[in-house]
Structure formats: C-alpha cells, structure tokens
Design a binder for this molecule. Structure first.
Ligand code: SAH
Length: 225
C-alpha cells in the first residue's frame, strides 16, 4: 500500500487539501466541477517526495529533468478555461508530473498527453495507474507535432510556453474546439491565450486570459532522458 496519499481512512493531507480548495475559490475558480476534480487528485503524489510538505501551497515546484509542476491556480484556471464536457477528447502537451492530466481525467472521458522526457512520461504513467486513472494515454514524443494518430481533439491544452500559436496543434483541433496555450517569449512572461477554432475554415478567435510563466516548449524529443 502506498504511504503517499489517502489510505487507512487517515489522510494526512486532508486539511491542507481543504484549505487549498478554499484558496482556489477565493482566487476566482468558480466551476464546481473543476473544484471537485482538484479535490479528487492528491497533488502530493505528483510532487517530489522532499516537496510533499509544500504540495498544497499555491506555487510551482521543481520536478525531475529540470521541469516544474505548474502552480495549482494556473492548472485550475486553464482547466476552467477549457469549458470541458464529459464527452470531450483532450490533448495535453507537456505531461510533466502528470498532475494536470490527472485533473483533466476526472472531467472528460479521454485524455492524451505528450511529454518529451521519457523519465517524466513513465513516472506520470505509474502515478495514473496507482490512482486508477485509466483514461489517460501518455505518449513520449515531440508535442509540437501534436498526436496526429489520435486527432482531432475537442480541446487542446499546452502547458509549456510557445513562441507563437502552434499551427500543427491548431490543425488537430476540431472545428468549434478550444485550445489554451501560453504564448510569448519563452524566457519571460507569456500571455495565456484561449483560442477558438471557427467552423468552416473561418479562422480563429483569441482572447488573453492572464499573464503566466511557463518552462519553454522545446521542439524535438529529449535524447538523454
Ligand atoms: N503539465 C505539467 C507541467 C508541465 S511543465 C504538470 O501538470 O506537471 C512543461 C512540460 O512540457 C515539461 O515536462 C517539458 O519537458 C514538456 N515539454 C516541453 N516541450 C515539449 C515538447 N515539444 N513536447 C512534449 N513535451 C514538452
């Protein structure tokens, strides 16, 4: 039995998780389904063991391969911005710890997530299995190419900073679909965009939701790890 996460009827993180949900509400997350999904995912499972005590603080934390698990408020806001329905097929670029994908998995029936580091992808996959999340497919590869074998997607979420709107991903978005992506200088602050693909090839609509700071979206699969 795992010693990390809810077990034995005693959940050492229960109080912190409750506080965390209140913080998310206070910060403006209103969609009750999103709050419920956050409640269902034990974030302590997705952080490094030495960071467990900080799992429910509203901050990004370092993970393996020099990457980060995103700040929970940003995860929540991006999830809310997707306007997910239970029948949606969702593509995430940048699996990282797997936390965002786990949150998505409670809100929709199919999640495909792409990560360029094999180590991260395998760790995330193990976590999904431990938590019984069986609707997530993890792909090791270059997310700038999307996941053409699984396309089209109703929703796409990019959790790494793109220098511009990723056209290959837009092509894999269904008409009427939504993509949430941080766009801007990869070493600075990016604008979190919500993009809607209009039907009949009539282009896109875009709105800026907030300013964010993500690790860069790097083309190509990581060679070493
Ligand atoms: N969503 C993650 C946080 C992502 S951090 C979570 O919930 O923990 C951004 C991740 O994007 C990193 O793991 C990084 O390796 C990955 N990444 C960057 N460029 C990529 C690319 N081209 N394809 C796939 N993954 C990429």
């Amino acid at each position: 039995m795992s010693t990390r996460g809810p077990h034995d009827g005693h959940d050492p993180f229960a109080e912190a998780r409750m506080e965390f949900l209140l913080t998310m509400r206070r910060r403006g997350i209103q969609d009750i389904r999103v709050l419920r999904a956050l409640e269902l995912v034990p974030r302590e499972v997705f952080v490094e063991p030495e960071q467990e005590a900080h799992a429910y603080e509203d901050q990004a934390l370092p993970i393996e391969c020099g990457q980060t698990i995103s700040q929970p408020y940003v995860v929540a806001a991006m999830t809310e911005a997707l306007l997910l329905e239970p029948n949606h097929k969702v593509l995430e670029i940048g699996t990282g710890s797997g936390y965002q994908a786990a949150v998505l998995s409670h809100l929709t029936h199919e999640v495909v997530t792409v990560e360029r580091y094999r180590t991260l992808a395998e760790t995330a996959e193990r976590r999904f299995a431990e938590l019984g999340l069986d609707n997530i497919t993890v792909i090791v590869g270059d997310g700038t190419l999307g996941a053409p074998d699984h396309a089209p997607f109703d929703r796409i979420i990019v959790t790494a900073a793109a220098p511009e709107i990723p056209q290959r991903l837009l092509e894999q978005l269904r008409e009427g679909g939504i993509m949430v992506v941080p766009v801007g200088p990869v070493t600075g602050v990016q604008s979190l965009l919500r993009i809607r693909k209009r039907p009949k090839g009539e282009g896109i609509e875009q709105e800026t939701l907030m300013q964010v700071r993500f690790v860069p979206l790097v083309a190509g699969k990581a060679s070493a790890l």
